[in-house]
Design a protein around this ligand. Structure first.
Ligand code: AMP
Ligand code: MN
Ligand code: MN
Length: 315
């Protein structure tokens, strides 16, 4: 499965690993687990992650991440959890400076890139693929790597609740527990702890909620000024969509947040009957049937009306 990738790794020394911008637990867990693994092979390896939510700072290796790729040329880029190379947390120039690129991803809709690709949308997460990749390279998984992979799988499966969770996912997680994954701490830090400002953001999300189609669609927009006034940064302002989706009868939940760069980021969740990846793609984004997103190109009020119309057609 990873034979060609192994050949590329064998020939590479200077290696960078990256994932999509605004990294989630899966992007962080998968990149750092491979980082620790390749260090064991004696590679000169770095993870490029210019910004991340500080809820992840407890994870091993997060402090080792670098902001950019300073080398003019390097042997290999390993890209994880990013269906499109333009969404990677590196610049186009940094991408082009790689002699080889390995792409490992689990998104359904994808613009494949790189010299070696492993894309499997039946896998729960990039971290599940990273586990298989590390195993194929015959690298021993230690406690830190197990904790990282566990964090990635746990977050992308909604604590093993989403339908991307397979029996293989559970078998892999069982292995990770045997390797010493700190499951209780990961759960405590990522599922069970929020800042007070985040609690206020939840209140604001509910306050700003608009309801359409007899409760089948819920929409909440929080302008950047409101997010800023709560003292929340871009990375910490996400994660509100599930609250909207969890309301009885909701088919499509939409949370839109203003970002510091002036754009509005749309985050959608589906109850299961509407494939929202199609909607996101039609607006220039992407994702999965039940979790998808995009960045608004027009003003929020215009984009909102367009979206309401499209959702109405799909319901
Ligand atoms: P989010 O709502 O931000 O958690 O995103 C849910 C999923 O939608 C992610 O896992 C991505 O697969 C996808 N996604 C979000 N934003 C974009 C985008 N701008 N372009 C492509 N895919 C996106
Ligand atoms: Mn991700
Ligand atoms: Mn993922």
């Amino acid at each position: 499965m990873f034979k060609e990738a192994k050949k590329i790794i064998d020939k590479s020394n200077k290696i960078y690993i990256s994932a999509h911008v605004n990294p989630d637990g899966d992007a962080i867990g998968s990149t750092l687990a491979i980082y620790f693994g390749l260090k064991k092979l004696g590679k000169n390896v770095h993870v490029v992650m210019p910004s991340y939510s500080n809820v992840f700072s407890f994870l091993p290796g997060v402090g080792d991440c670098v902001n950019s790729i300073e080398d003019e040329e390097y042997d290999l880029l390993i890209a994880l959890d990013s269906s499109d190379n333009t969404r990677l947390a590196i610049s186009e120039e940094e991408y082009n400076n790689a002699r080889k690129v390995i792409m490992l991803d689990h998104h359904q809709i994808s613009n494949p890139y790189g010299d070696f690709r492993y894309i499997d949308d039946s896998k729960s997460s990039a971290s599940e693929i990273a586990y298989l990749f590390i195993k194929a390279l015959k690298i021993e998984i230690d406690k830190d790597m197990a904790t990282l992979l566990y964090a990635g799988i746990m977050t992308d499966t909604g604590s093993f609740n989403y339908n991307n969770t397979s029996s293989d996912t559970h078998r892999i997680v069982a292995d990770l527990i045997d390797y010493g994954a700190e499951t209780v701490n990961v759960c405590k830090r990522l599922n069970d702890t929020i800042k007070e400002a985040k609690l206020k953001l939840i209140a604001k999300t509910i306050d700003n909620m608009e309801v359409f189609y007899n409760g089948k669609m819920r929409y909440s927009f929080i302008p950047y000024e409101e997010i800023k006034s709560l003292g929340i940064d871009d990375e910490d302002a996400e994660g509100m969509t599930n609250y909207l989706r969890s309301v009885e009868g909701t088919e499509v939940a939409v949370y839109v947040r203003g970002k510091s760069d002036g754009t509005n980021k749309v985050s959608m969740r589906s109850g299961g009957n509407v494939d929202i990846s199609k909607i996101a793609i039609s607006f220039g984004g992407g994702g999965h049937p039940r979790a998808a997103g995009y960045t608004m190109k027009d003003s929020e009020d215009i984009e909102k009306q367009k979206l309401i119309k499209v959702v109405g057609e799909m319901l």
